[in-house]
Design a protein around this ligand. Structure first.
Ligand SMILES: [Fe+2]
Ligand SMILES: [Fe+2]
Length: 227
């Protein structure tokens, strides 16, 4: 029997006319009633945020990886770092396909934030970077879920699979850091972020959509990240 709360690492994850596909009445996605034009704008903004957020994460994990001494933790953080690189590449491709690009000011800001956080990892001790990473990863899950909802409402079902895979990968990241935090005595004194629901729930609102398989399905697998 599979425990859905155990990280598997095997998935690790113009104004479109409304007529591109039929939105199912009573759909579970929050954006089902959103106009395609608004959904497209929100999709692009969410992807720009995610693209720069991934840059910050990559820089921060670089420093985090160097700051830990346990080889298993170092390897896992390196793996997560590689997955964030793949996310950034794919989000960049999707933005390009939408005729958009990254926001330069966000790139500069998040790049700097990531470098500072990565640098501080060497001085802040073991717990703070693990806690901060878990908190941010929990938000990343929702960011890609929202992007998938906007993509659906905008009629871009060709991006759905990749966006959902990225949400699933972020789910694995959050679980890894949360479980690490729980082993530390300081965790009991810190505010707890909401534990994400089971990974299977990420795709649940989209089960009725016949979306094509995305390119990430062939890139995000255990073998691809052998170090
Ligand atoms: Fe990511
Ligand atoms: Fe992540």
């Amino acid at each position: 029997m599979t425990d859905s709360n155990q990280p598997s690492w095997s998935t690790v994850w113009d104004d479109s006319p409304m007529g591109l596909f039929a939105l199912k009445p009573g759909s579970e996605t929050a954006c089902a009633a959103m106009s395609p034009a608004i959904a497209r704008r929100k999709l692009i903004q969410t992807l720009k945020n995610a693209y720069s957020g991934e840059l910050g994460a990559i820089q921060a994990y670089k420093g985090h990886r160097k700051s830990v001494s346990d080889p298993a933790e170092k390897e896992m953080i390196h793996r997560i770092e590689i997955e964030e690189i793949i996310h950034r590449e794919r989000v960049g491709e999707i933005l390009y396909l939408l005729g958009e690009g990254p926001a330069i000011h966000q790139e500069k800001a998040m790049g700097m934030v990531g470098k500072v956080l990565g640098f501080l990892c060497s001085f802040s001790g073991w717990f703070a970077p693990m806690y901060g990473a878990g908190l941010l990863e929990s938000r990343n899950i929702r960011e890609y879920e929202e992007a998938a909802e906007y993509a659906l409402a905008a009629g871009h079902i060709e991006f759905l699979d990749d966006l959902l895979i990225m949400a699933e990968v972020e789910w694995e990241h959050e679980k890894f850091f949360r479980e690490k935090c729980r082993t530390h005595f300081l965790y009991r004194w810190f505010p707890k972020w909401p534990v994400p629901p089971a990974k299977e729930t990420i795709r649940k609102p989209f089960l009725w959509v016949n979306y094509p398989e995305g390119p990430l399905r062939h890139h995000l697998n255990t073998e691809a990240f052998a170090l």
